[in-house]
Design a protein around this ligand. Structure first.
Ligand code: M6R
Length: 362
């Protein structure tokens, strides 16, 4: 059932080109620059929405952070993200014009279910983005969009993160077109980047040996810091979560610009800094932040857009051209890095201590 892989996590990381193809299948109309999704909101509703609220936990929360930025950029709409257990929507000024989107792989996360119920009670429209049709969250809402990642057995979410961000990007394009703020040609270029994702992820997977080499070299570090900007920031948070949950090493993600506002005090020659250095994420400033860490002796590991060359890094991984989605591809390097660090340490990768695949208590 693990198809020759030692762990489900590695199998699921490698399934991403195929699962992303499933996520996209039949949903892109390149000629019209449009996205096809089965959504049944009242007529005209989507173009009247004024605010999107995402509610989610863990990896799904990071996928939502990535998506909120996409919604603002692509669909020109205000988008906020709440950790589901911290969500307190009371209806606001105009609940009807608020669309609350629950992002949940399992559809069974108690905190997310509680948040979507609260939104409904306050009068908001609701939508679920989930891997499990028929799940508790999808039964609670009128509309669900299925991420189609296929079953994910490893406790660590991997392919579902990629499919969540991809589905949410489709939704952002859909909304941008509905609202009349996104031209067919701009939509087409985003959709072309999405269509290139499976190939881009495959290029990263083909580089696994070099990621393993870095994991072996740095596995005994005191801690690992992940940094990024814009869409690279949620990917830094996700990279750190993946590493800590399966390797049990201390890992933290930061907005790259925040390093100098405190975390730099933690940086030593035994704390590698892993950075997302992709186009659109202000590479020069992020490199400056990295240099500050390197000055304190920290090794610098970067996932870099293929169009750039940065000589000062200790390790560089190439990220193929993918527009807004380069950080999503960079994330696959972080997944592999976390996997190989944990594997070198002999951790029970698919079932880390103290964790469950779906968290059904609040
Ligand atoms: O099923 P959900 O997406 O609602 O789960 C939310 C989190 O429990 C989940 O993303 C968790 O953080 C991951 N398994 C971590 O890899």
């Amino acid at each position: 059932e693990k198809g020759g892989y030692e762990h489900f996590m590695r199998k699921e990381i490698h399934e991403q080109p195929a699962s992303l193809r499933q996520t996209l299948s039949g949903r892109i109309d390149l000629d019209r620059g449009a996205v096809e999704l089965d959504l049944e909101f009242p007529k005209g509703y989507l173009s009247s929405v004024e605010e999107i609220q995402f509610v989610a936990c863990g990896t799904s929360y990071y996928a939502s952070l990535y998506a909120a930025r996409l919604f603002e950029e692509i669909a020109d709409i205000r988008a906020t993200v709440s950790i589901a257990s911290e969500y307190t929507f009371d209806g606001g000024r105009d609940p009807w014009r608020t669309l609350t989107i629950a992002v949940t792989q399992s559809g069974e996360t108690a905190d997310t279910l509680g948040a979507i119920r609260r939104a409904k009670r306050a009068g908001a429209q609701t939508l679920a983005v989930t891997n499990m049709l028929g799940s508790s969250v999808s039964r609670e809402v009128k509309n669900s969009v299925f991420i189609r990642a296929g079953p994910e057995i490893g406790v660590a979410a991997t392919k579902t993160f990629a499919s969540q961000v991809t589905t949410l990007a489709l939704l952002a394009v859909y909304l941008g077109r509905e609202r009349g703020v996104l031209s067919p040609s701009d939509a087409r270029s985003i959709l072309e980047d999405l269509r290139g994702l499976p190939g881009g992820v495959q290029q990263v997977l083909d580089n696994e040996a070099s990621v393993k080499e870095a994991a072996v070299a740095y596995q005994d570090s005191d801690a690992f810091f992940f940094v990024g900007r814009r869409h690279g920031y949620p990917v830094a948070l996700e990279g750190a979560l993946k590493l800590k949950e399966i390797s049990y090493d201390h890992a933290e993600g930061f907005a790259a610009g925040e390093l100098k506002h405190g975390p730099l005090a933690l940086v030593t020659d035994n704390t590698p800094v892993l950075a997302v250095l992709t186009d659109g994420g202000n590479i020069p400033n992020t490199v400056n932040n990295l240099v500050e860490a390197q000055t304190r002796g920290a090794p610098a590991i970067g996932a870099i857009s293929e169009s750039h060359e940065i000589d000062s890094l200790d390790v560089g991984f190439e990220v193929p051209d993918a527009g807004l989605f380069e950080p999503l591809i960079a994330n696959v390097y972080f997944q592999l890095f976390a996997y190989h660090v944990a594997n070198e340490k002999g951790r029970p990768i698919d079932k880390p201590r103290n964790l469950a695949k779906s968290v059904t208590v609040g």
